[in-house]
Ligand binder design. Structure first.
Ligand code: IVH
Length: 719
């Protein structure tokens, strides 16, 4: 645990970056690289730190939102009842604590709970009106999900019409899954076609549900298990345990095996019983869900900000085995980050052979003191990519040397031989050569991805092949593509060819044409400038008209000079004033910032990164080439005067709870577009607390401090 706030801030930043990366891999790319357990560990560390240093909580912290982001390509559906997730635990003690906690909240009452399998699939919500399937949606961020009606309709076990007497409104929630056999078959086919394999059935299921083409979803035989309801009219229930019977009557697939218990011992027994039989289920399960049975008791227990108090998910420990670490390979990612990967003596875990495991970064290797030649314990939950948990020190060969990252790669990028630098902000080494082929491929992919320039059809495999065939060696080459060679691009192998096709090629070219005038913030993000994430890209775009203006930014240079000139009062005052006047900085409110005096939109490290990029030959070429190609990103600049005149200028908002019609992202975006700030924690500096239902401790704190609390309708009036 970091000792002081500065250390905590650094670690929090690291954790947020890592978690956001993993979120993206999980939700958007359906290709996670760590186990759920490791993810939960990172998440919990972040949560603990934020609890200890509440001033460091920000609204964009992963702890402040409920689920993944909805994908833009689908139309969106707002859930009438939010789709929450559950608190996870891996320990029986915590399950016992959960039961004791609710027993305390409901003293002298019998509290039966239901224990049921936790299906490792994708959460979906399906709406039936008068028995007819109306629509289906993913969880998305909990309030708004993707409309996946067409894909859900391809699942055979999901009825289009309920049998028997159906309630007027019946929204059912459950888990779509790909069964174990289907998963194996799918990956075999993909292997034969030279396509990348899915890491686990959940990703394969997510991939097909989120496939824009329902025909693809139909080909992968998905199953469904329903375990709960959302909005309901005309079927008043009192016990959750009755739902299984009702679902069966209506023709909805649900759990076969579930248990009732009313004591800690009985709950733990049920969890163990389930563990005995779950391996024989056709689908993957990763835990047990424990839910209070009586709906009336649930109501009294209520919710915390993110999850119900009346349920908890217990996750079974991932399977662990020992094997030998033969070597450590270093891979190069999009921004040049070097990632170490363990090469293992192949070993069978959870039914599949494992020969690789992620090692994350240099510090992780040091912390666990992992050495080549070591016997290591690897862990694999379900079908997820395995991780090295620890070293069996007693089996260490005598000549095993501590792993020296830099020496291992001979001080050079293992792909291009370029220079490497350890990034002071992160825990990673980075290849400095922007023309490194490993980076090129990932940059082309990133450039075209959702959230960046969103070029339909150009994903990982296409990017790989474009670079491999010499059709692109940097992102901007995409704009020179012609339909014909693109249509003929073979994405498969020579034996099993699979061409990109005329239709896809046409769509991609059209998307590229549209991208030429995409907003500046998207361009800044898509160029994969080191340290520039979405937020920074937005901030830069609001203060610069064109990309050339960013490249030659006086503001960014001022930020750097300002921070370099600390101690020179006259100079810092002069620059500080200038930055404040431009709207790019604000006078600091924090005591810790006293000597600094101002807070800038982007910090000096990021500012330097942006300047370095545009001063590098790649950066200069990029600007020149964009001009030649007639690319003119749309301006999002607001004038300094306007910034100061915006109605929420200088005002800080804190959001808490669930708003009736707006998502948190929407509300935050509105506030920011009107010049306001959104903060994650309540303090004396907060101007408004926008509170929805199930607002928790933040609301209490706001009341304690006597702050102005508003609800959505008041907020809308302000807008
Ligand atoms: S109940 C209000 N029951 O696990 C919470 N969830 O983190 C409603 N899941 O979001 C969820 N099997 O996607 C519930 N039998 C089950 C489940 C289950 C899998 C998933 C679901 C949920 C997540 C919990």
């Amino acid at each position: 645990m970091p000792k002081d706030e500065a250390q905590a801030e650094k670690r929090i930043e690291e954790l947020r970056t890592q978690i956001k990366d993993h979120d993206r891999r999980y939700y958007e790319e359906a290709a996670p690289t760590i186990t759920d357990r490791e993810y939960d560990r990172l998440y919990r560390e972040l949560g603990d730190l934020e609890a200890k240093f509440p001033d460091l909580v920000t609204s964009d912290s992963p702890t402040q939102r409920v689920g993944g982001k909805p994908l833009q390509a689908f139309s969106q559906i707002r859930h009438q009842v939010p789709m929450l997730s559950l608190d996870n635990t891996y320990s029986e003690d915590e399950v016992a604590n959960f039961y004791k906690r609710i027993a305390k909240l409901l003293p002298d009452e019998k509290i039966p709970v239901v224990i049921e399998p936790k299906v490792d699939g994708v959460a979906v919500s399906v709406m039936y009106e008068n028995g007819k399937l109306k629509y289906a949606a993913t969880r998305g961020d909990g309030s708004v999900g993707d409309d996946i009606t067409q894909n859900i309709k391809t699942i055979k076990s999901v009825p289009h019409q309920l049998s028997g007497t159906a309630p007027k409104i019946f929204e059912v929630r459950g888990e779509a899954y790909l069964d174990k056999k289907g998963f194996e078959k799918l990956n075999k086919e993909r292997e034969a076609a030279g396509l990348p394999l899915f890491a686990n059935p959940r990703n394969a299921a997510a991939g097909s549900l989120k496939h824009l083409d329902p025909n693809v979803a139909a080909k992968r035989l998905l199953g469904m298990i329903f375990y709960g309801t959302g909005a309901v009219e005309g079927a008043e229930g009192d016990l959750h345990s009755k739902i299984f019977q009702l679902f069966k009557k209506l023709g909805l697939p649900t759990h076969q095996d579930w248990w009732l218990a009313d004591s800690v011992d009985k709950i733990l027994n049920a969890i163990r019983d389930l563990d005995e039989i779950r391996r024989d289920f056709p689908y993957e399960t990763d835990g047990a869900v424990i839910k209070v049975d009586a709906l009336e008791q649930r109501e009294r227990l209520g919710f915390t900000a993110k999850s119900p108090r009346w349920a908890i998910a217990y996750k079974y420990a991932a399977e662990r085995v020992k094997t030998k670490l033969l070597d450590i390979k270093v891979q190069v990612g999009r921004t040049g980050i070097l990632t170490p990967v363990a090469v293992l003596e192949p070993v069978l875990v959870s039914g599949s052979t494992v020969s690789r495991a992620t090692l994350h970064n240099e510090d992780e290797i040091k912390r666990k003191d992992i050495r080549i030649g070591d016997t290591v314990v690897i862990e694999k939950a379900g079908e997820v990519i395995p991780a090295v948990v620890e070293v069996v020190k007693s089996k260490r060969p005598r000549n095993a040397k501590p792993f020296d990252f830099l020496k291992h790669i001979h001080g050079k990028c293992p792909v291009c031989g370029g220079e490497v630098r350890r990034d002071p902000e992160f825990v990673a080494w980075r290849c400095e050569n922007l023309l490194c082929p490993a980076q090129t491929t990932r940059r082309v992919e990133f450039f075209a991805a959702r959230g960046a320039l969103d070029i339909e059809g150009i994903g990982g495999i296409v990017a790989d092949k474009l670079v491999e065939r010499g059709l692109a060696s940097e992102p901007l080459d995409l704009f020179e593509l012609k339909i014909d060679p693109l249509a003929k691009l073979n994405l498969g192998t020579e034996e099993a060819p699979r061409v990109f096709g005329e239709k896809n090629a046409t769509k991609a070219i059209q998307a590229l044409e549209r991208a030429k005038t995409a907003p500046l913030s998207r361009w800044l993000y898509a160029l994969a400038i080191p340290d520039v994430g979405k937020t920074t890209a937005n901030d830069l775009a609001r203060f610069h008209e064109t990309i050339e203006e960013v490249a030659n930014s006086k503001l960014l240079r001022d930020v750097i000079v300002y921070h370099e000139s600390k101690g020179d009062k006259q100079k810092t005052t002069e620059i500080g004033d200038r930055l404040i006047k431009s709207g790019f900085a604000e006078p600091s409110k924090s005591k810790a910032d006293k000597q600094r005096g101002i807070v800038t939109q982007v910090g000096p490290v990021v500012a330097q990164s942006v300047i370095d990029f545009f001063e590098s030959s790649v950066g200069r070429k990029t600007i020149q080439r964009m001009k030649q190609l007639g690319i003119k990103p749309a301006s999002e600049k607001i004038s300094a005067k306007k910034a100061a005149e915006l109605p929420f200028a200088g005002k800080t908002f804190v959001l808490t709870g669930t708003l009736p019609t707006m998502s948190r992202d929407e509300a935050s975006a509105k506030i920011q577009s009107l010049g306001g700030h959104v903060s994650g924690s309540v303090s004396k500096k907060t101007d408004y607390v926008l509170a929805g239902t199930e607002a928790g401790s933040k609301l209490e704190k706001a009341k304690e401090l006597g702050l102005k609390v508003i609800d959505e309708s008041e907020f809308k009036k302000m807008l």
